[in-house]
Design a protein. Structure first.
Length: 197
């Protein structure tokens, strides 16, 4: 996955520009984006076993840029050390749509890439946002991104809570959030993280 990351940065100026935009805007969003990109590419590589039908370059771009819409969310909301108010949560939930708009302004990223950004907070059971999509209506790549996104959020230091260990995060995802994910993808994700390298 490191090779794919380096290749993506070397060959796609739009992706590089957008990642730099995130870097200068909010450090957590940047590190989270890199982690989700790495986890997403690693899982996609396992799932698709090098199939040419899946463009890993586009996938990588979408995974790394999944939270690009947060550059249009005020940093005092992004980094608030306590629970967000209803109004702040409403603003925060705009970031997938805002990310879709930001990426629509670039020249090289495909519509598929933009849809991954738009759908990464959709949930398999229909409880996600922005559209409340359910099951197969959520793009497969967005379902992969969603799992990587949740896992990294749970295992990262945040102003309002301590990080979980990788095991505790996977256990929480299985016990309390499994209905949010496609079960087969989640099982592959657990195998990926649990396989000794």
């Amino acid at each position: 996955a490191i090779h794919e990351l380096v290749n993506l940065i070397l060959t796609d100026d739009d992706v590089t520009d957008q990642l730099l935009k995130i870097t200068s805007y909010d450090h957590y969003t940047y590190t989270h984006s890199v982690s989700v990109g790495f986890l997403g590419i690693a899982l996609a590589k396992v799932l698709f076993k090098g199939s040419m039908a899946h463009n890993m370059h586009e996938l990588g771009a979408a995974f790394f840029l999944h939270d690009i819409g947060k550059v249009r969310i005020p940093t005092d909301i992004l980094n608030k050390p306590v629970r967000l108010t209803e109004e702040e949560l409403k603003i925060m939930k705009q970031h997938p749509r805002l990310g879709f708009i930001v990426l629509s302004e670039t020249k090289h990223l495909t519509l598929e890439c933009r849809y991954i950004v738009l759908q990464h907070h959709e949930r398999y059971d229909g409880t996600g946002y922005p559209k409340g999509l359910k099951g197969e209506d959520i793009h497969l790549y967005a379902r992969i991104c969603s799992m990587a996104d949740v896992y990294d959020a749970l295992t990262s230091v945040r102003p309002y809570r301590n990080p979980l260990t990788p095991f505790a995060a996977l256990e929480l995802m299985k016990k309390e959030m499994l209905h949010h994910f496609q079960r087969e993808l989640f099982e592959q994700f657990v195998l990926l993280l649990g396989t000794p390298r």
